[in-house]
Design a binder for this molecule. Structure first.
Ligand SMILES: [Zn+2]
Length: 531
């Protein structure tokens, strides 16, 4: 393998460009030697009298031929401009080098840190990403054709529970299949809940398929109860995946969203069935009934998402329970609780750690917190001072937000330039370019709207003076406020509440403007919220 040194001057330009051909070569050789390249391993490509506009140059052609033959491991040049004057040609060569794992070294190492250099390398990676997505599309299309033609199952990381993958087929894994049958029977015949099924599976030593999760979750059981694979129907091309930009899962992988494609695009591959159709249908009916019973009544919780567990740090949930049947009146009295989600985690198994934090009746905590807040608000002078303070910080936030929107808008303008470049290099056709521009415009419009709203709110705040609340207003607040408005007031004063319990006493610690509100609440009522 050789290290190539490439130097170029155009006729009569030496004086202007400042560096002679031999001067360039010398600089490059020095660079190569700094990288411990032996003299005998250096091949020099000199280009004299050819302009940087034209790609058809003898030394350049030789270099590209040698790269194509796999003779070159790195290329040293003084500056990217030596490759070509034209930006897109420069990008093209760099991509060619990259795709053949040829390293590119510049004598001017600072180049990477200049704005021009950064744009250049950003563009290279944008193009690389675009090429990668094209290749991906092609391979997916190829795979789908194979599925359609030969009814073959493509290799997969983890086969569905109940099956093993062998020679392009899914075959039944008898041990797991037994559990699949049990899950359906328990659900349909014994009306067991997900929790009961999960516990039963753990008891019997069944483990889910993925090695990283040794415990069953409600969603993994529900998935088994829903999947048509168990009646022998395996679908390809059913879901389309989209990465969520900038969002990542706990493991650091990009977050994805799924949408279900039109049924016409699905490709059916038949596999051996584990469950008969009748039982499967009954399970779906059961699921329909269960979700209907659960109802979709929207409950309003005063402190929702404002409570954090003082024991395990998780954000608390609010739940409304239907309550036990009162045998005298024949009605159920529903009640609402706040609780730590870790109290009854939706994962089942022995090693799952539960939180010791007990749930609290919502109305007890609501009343208590609201009474604390009222105490603060009814000291008008102190409240006004706090509001002035929070107004200033709000204005600061708005200012920062509008600035960051401004930067995003600038970035969108740069994106337009990249789209044009891709069109110019024929990576996309006119229609695709149009489409890209349309969605770019939509994003810009949304940003501009946000910016407008930001600025309006800012000028509103500037003209608004903080007025001391009159006593009559306070009375009205107590009488007439809706939950949403109360929440708004609480949120303007408190970032969140930490809830912990010591014996019969519940500690409520406010974090935010009102952080002096550290007080205990003695719980009088039985919570009764354990399921
Ligand atoms: Zn907890």
């Amino acid at each position: 393998m050789y290290t190539a040194v490439y130097a170029r001057v155009s006729t009569g330009m030496q004086a202007i460009e400042g560096t002679s051909l031999d001067g360039q070569v010398e600089l490059c050789m020095k660079k190569a030697r700094e990288h411990n390249v032996a003299l005998s391993a250096i091949k020099v490509y000199k280009e004299e009298g050819f302009s940087g506009e034209d790609m058809d140059r003898p030394a350049m052609n030789r270099l590209r031929q040698d790269i194509g033959a796999g003779l070159i491991s790195q290329v040293v040049i003084t500056h990217p401009d030596r490759l070509s004057r034209d930006l897109t040609d420069k990008l093209f060569i760099c991509r060619e080098l990259e795709s053949r794992n040829v390293e590119l070294l510049f004598v001017d190492t600072e180049y990477k840190n200049t704005p021009e250099g950064q744009l250049f390398f950003n563009l290279i990676s944008v193009i690389a990403q675009y090429e990668l997505s094209l290749i991906k599309k092609r391979t997916i299309r190829g795979r789908l054709k194979a599925v359609e033609k030969d009814k073959r199952i493509m290799p997969m990381r983890v086969p569905p529970y109940g099956y093993d993958y062998a020679e392009s087929r899914l075959v039944i894994n008898e041990t797991e299949a037994q559990f699949v049958r049990l899950i359906y029977q328990w659900y349909v015949c014994d009306h067991m809940t997900m929790r009961e099924i999960g516990n039963q599976l753990t008891e019997m030593g069944a483990e889910p398929k993925r090695a990283e999760t040794k415990s069953w979750s409600a969603s993994s059981i529900q998935k088994i109860l829903r999947s048509e694979i168990y009646i022998g129907r395996y679908y390809y091309n059913r879901r389309s995946t989209r990465k969520l930009k900038g969002e990542r899962t706990k493991n650091g992988a990009p977050k994805k969203t799924y949408t279900i494609r039109d049924e016409k695009e699905w490709i059916l591959v038949e596999v051996p069935a584990i469950i008969d159709e009748r039982l499967f249908r009954l399970a779906q009916e059961q699921r329909g009934k269960n979700t209907k019973n659960a109802g979709h009544v929207k409950h309003e919780y005063l402190l929702k998402s404002l409570l954090r567990c003082g024991h395990c740090g998780r954000r608390w949930e609010a739940t409304t329970y239907s309550g036990r049947l009162n045998k005298l009146t024949g009605t159920r009295e529903s009640y609402t609780c706040y609780r730590c989600p870790n109290r009854n985690p939706k994962r089942f198994g022995h090693h799952i750690e539960r939180c010791s934090g007990r749930s609290i009746r919502a109305e007890v905590l609501d009343d208590y917190v609201w009474s604390l807040v009222m105490k603060v608000i009814s000291d008008p002078q102190a409240y006004a001072e706090r509001l002035t303070c929070s107004k200033e910080s709000l204005m600061n936030e708005l200012l920062l937000e509008s600035e960051s929107i401004g930067r995003l808008l600038q970035a969108k303008d740069k994106e337009a330039g990249k789209i044009k470049l891709m069109f110019r290099k024929a990576f996309i056709d006119a229609e695709e370019m149009e489409q890209e521009f349309r969605s770019l415009q939509a994003e810009k419009n949304a940003l501009q709207e946000r910016e407008q709203a930001c600025l309006e709110r800012l000028s509103q705040l500037r003209n608004e003076s903080v007025s001391v609340i009159e006593d009559t207003t306070i009375e009205r607040i107590i009488r007439e406020l809706r939950t949403e408005e109360k929440r708004h007031i609480i949120q303007s004063l408190v970032h969140e509440f930490l809830i912990s319990r010591e014996g019969a006493e519940i500690r409520v610690t406010a974090i935010g403007f009102l952080d002096e509100l550290i007080t205990g609440l003695r719980e009088e009522r039985e919570t009764g919220a354990e399921s």
